[in-house]
Design a protein around this ligand. Sequence first.
Ligand SMILES: [Zn+2]
Length: 266
Amino acid sequence: MNIFTDYEHVIRLGIFLSLFIILAGVEFLFPLAKRKCSRLRQWSVNLSLAFIASLLLNILLPLLAVGAARSASEHSIGLFNMIDISYATAVILALLMLDLLIYGQHLLMHKIPLLWSVHRMHHTEIGLDVSSAVRFHPVEIIISMLIKMLFVVIFGIPAAAVIIFEVLLNGLALFNHSNLKLPRTADKFLRKFIITPEVHWIHHSEAAKETNSNYGFNLIFWDKLFSTYRDKPAVDYPLMRQGLKEFGTEKPLSLYKLLILPFQKV
Ligand SMILES: [Zn+2]
């Protein structure tokens, strides 16, 4: 456990980069749709956004969610730290609760205009690929972290659950944003449990009613439970338009335009 704790950041970065490279290779071989812009352009913009966001996070909220969980546990703060519950049960419950939290948070990002002005940047991608998983405005990343830290402290979420959840979330986000056409049977089987690329691509469709569906990131269960699940797009994937009409769906936006986007009136 000590080795894992000491090298946690390196291990997590290693898992992220390995998955990124594997999925980039597979989406190159089996694309769901033709690329809309060069890899160099898309990756440099999206990875720069991720770098800026993680830099700001470490400056503004250096404790992060894992630190908040450890601190809550040391001071016996939060529901799971106060009640008699086995560690394993707390971890499993916490994983489900965190997944429901990000489902609800994502839904609110679409429904509340102020939050949408921040989240819409993620939806300006005109053609998803594996790098779109990290295309979030730094302000959204900071808001998400604040919500998660608050949630972790209130419920006394175990640090192990936070780490497992973040690794799963990053991994599945890379997977379901990727431009990857899975064999029909594999997609059909996987989407019984998790969000597959075909499911998440519908959320990135230019059509508003499709954007306002499939809010989940990991488990598909929440979308089905709250009737926000849509199983196929009106226009098939190779022809589907992605992005937001107000920012154009043909030309990718520059890094500067993306960074000022939440502060712009449309
Ligand atoms: Zn969204």
